[in-house]
Design a protein around this ligand. Structure first.
Ligand SMILES: Nc1ncnc2c1ncn2[C@@H]1O[C@H](COP(=O)(O)OP(=O)(O)OP(=O)(O)O)[C@@H](O)[C@H]1O
Length: 294
């Protein structure tokens, strides 16, 4: 990754009605990368993406994309493609009409890329949008995002409604795109982080309108571990209040903790240490209800 920051968000807040749904966010996104945006329902992902793409204006703080404020700024917006969940597509149009509009809308539009992606998804240019299934419409919106060739391309839940085979086509294609092209940055909001793990470099975790984690995905993944063994061999060595998940049976137990919660070296011959699937860690990390310690 280069050190060229294409997004700089400083102390940004946003309110829906009286509710502060984005809370003093600071965030930088560098040129060339695939970023994952993860958060539970209502965490603020879509709101953050709308702020980034100039659809709404922050109530406080500053957003710069390519060095300028995105809100109602054509200079910036012609370099951003935002593919929303259930992206609006005119049902009366044929696929080639949709793509013609894309060509007018995005200055770097790549027609040959559009055709490659249509073929990958087995979409026929003459098909009418209204004849497409939900998954096929989603695939068509992916075609628009990929062919836009925008330096910043943002997808909100791009794989919702896609079957496993089509998702795989998308993952393979986006990796190829990323390997072969300079100056493209993707932000993907997703609830299915495990599937995205091999594609994403950095992950931004939003929780209740705040950025909880923002780091390389491998680093975040290695933060949490499962410790299993006798409770007496584990509990004295960890900060009890920081246990993320606890399962016990008799005097044996399994505990999900972050590495920072381990206060002293444990006897490795008595305690098993295993990695935690990223999705499980993030779910525990963002849960409201505290773990009840037995
Ligand atoms: N148009 C709106 N009017 C009022 N409140 C809204 C509006 N849009 C979003 N919100 C509220 O803002 C908060 C953040 O919503 P947002 O859609 O950004 O979350 P999200 O992380 O994208 O959620 P999901 O994963 O469910 O799509 C939620 O509490 C939501 O209820």
């Amino acid at each position: 990754m280069s050190n060229n920051k294409i997004v700089q968000i400083t102390n940004v807040s946003f309110y829906h009605d009286q509710n502060q749904v984005i809370r003093h966010i600071n965030l930088e996104i560098e040129q060339n990368g695939i970023y994952g945006l993860w958060g539970r329902n209502g965490a603020g992902k879509t709101t953050l993406m709308k702020l980034l793409t100039g659809l709404i204006k922050p109530d406080a703080g500053n957003i710069k994309v390519f060095g300028e404020r995105p809100f109602e700024n054509r200079n910036v917006l012609q370099n951003i493609c935002f593919i929303q969940e259930n992206h609006p597509l005119n049902p009366q149009w044929r696929i080639y009409n949709v793509l013609t509009l894309g060509k007018y809308f995005y200055k770097n539009w790549d027609e040959s890329k559009a055709n490659i992606w249509l073929e990958r998804f087995s979409l026929h240019p003459k098909a009418k949008v209204k004849s497409l299934s939900k998954g096929m419409r989603t695939a068509l919106s992916i075609v628009i995002g990929m062919a836009s060739n925008c330096p910043l391309t943002i997808f909100d839940e791009p794989t919702n409604g896609l079957d496993a085979a089509t998702r795989e086509i998308f993952y393979e294609g986006i990796l190829k795109e990323y390997e072969n092209i300079d100056n493209r940055t993707f932000v993907m909001s997703t609830h299915h982080i495990s599937e995205w793990q091999r594609m994403i470099g950095n992950i931004i975790v939003l929780n209740e309108g705040e950025i909880l984690l923002n780091d390389e995905i491998d680093h975040i993944q290695s933060e949490a571990v499962y410790l299993s063994g006798s409770i007496d061999d584990i509990k004295p060595f960890i900060v009890i209040e920081e246990i993320l998940e606890e399962k016990t049976m008799g005097n044996m137990g399994s505990f999900m903790v972050e590495r920072g919660s381990i206060t002293q070296k444990m006897d490795r011959s008595k305690v098993t240490i295993e990695s935690v699937p990223l999705q499980d860690y993030l779910l525990r990390k963002t849960q409201k209800k505290k773990v009840v310690h037995l």
